[in-house]
Design a binder for this molecule. Structure first.
Ligand code: DC
Length: 218
């Protein structure tokens, strides 16, 4: 019998990470934060000072990258042996990730790295195309969203809590630009899978969203 997967897709700042971690913990399942894989590639590209428009080099970096994930209370990510966890949340990382993620060749290289997370007893997979491309046969699917204004506020708060300087208006604008890029790309764009449960969390406390997703998977 195949290992059950719950996919949670949606735009950035919708609360996918918090909900996915909480549900994975409750179910005792593994957790895939697919955004961190694209973010790690962005960091690798930036570190190598590689031209982001140079597709061949970006693909080479993606192929060579060795990623290690330690899933405790906080996700620790190592790129080629180096701990890059503190570099993951920045806006530069996020924006670069969204740009490299638009290349179909890059997505093809990273596909298996994501599918490898499907291990017993189950997996909660969080991203943009988890239910549509990476795990189309998932047991259950959710699509979590919220207004750009609300998501901007949440991201702003998160960054401040991490000690990262931020400007609310700028963050909201960047979120809108990134949403558009993620939705309009031809390769695995951000969209709700036909069989996903749609949840708008703009006016919902996060506990309610967690409960709703848990009810879906139980
Ligand atoms: O979820 P996140 O903010 O960490 O994702 C960063 C970027 O990575 C996002 O703007 C687009 C890309 N991404 C993607 O294309 N597909 C995924 N499954 C996850 C993230």
């Amino acid at each position: 019998m195949s290992v059950p997967v719950l996919t949670i897709d949606g735009p950035s700042g919708a609360g996918k990470g918090t909900v996915s971690r909480a549900v994975a913990k409750k179910m005792g399942w593994n957790y895939l934060d697919s955004g961190s894989i694209y973010r790690s590639l962005a960091i690798a590209v930036l570190k190598k000072k590689c031209d982001i428009a140079d597709l061949k080099s970006v693909v080479k970096i993606a192929e060579a990258m060795i990623l290690e994930f330690e899933c405790g209370d906080e996700l620790i990510v190592k790129l080629n042996g180096q701990n890059i966890t503190s570099e993951l949340p920045s806006q530069t990382t996020a924006n670069t990730a969204s740009i490299v993620a638009a290349y179909p060749e890059v997505r093809a290289v990273l596909l298996q790295k994501q599918r490898d997370f499907q291990k017993a007893p189950g997996l909660v997979a969080d991203g943009r195309d988890m239910g549509t491309v990476v795990f189309p046969n998932a047991l259950k699917k959710a699509y979590l969203t919220a207004s750009a204004k609300e998501r901007g506020k949440r991201r702003y708060k998160q960054l401040l809590e991490k000690g990262i300087n931020a400007n609310l208006a700028e963050i909201t604008k960047e979120i809108e630009v990134r949403d558009r890029r993620d939705q309009e790309r031809t390769a695995a764009p951000l969209k709700k899978a036909d069989d996903a449960l749609y949840i708008d969390s703009s006016d919902l406390p996060i506990e309610k969203v967690i409960e709703e997703v848990l009810n879906l998977v139980r």
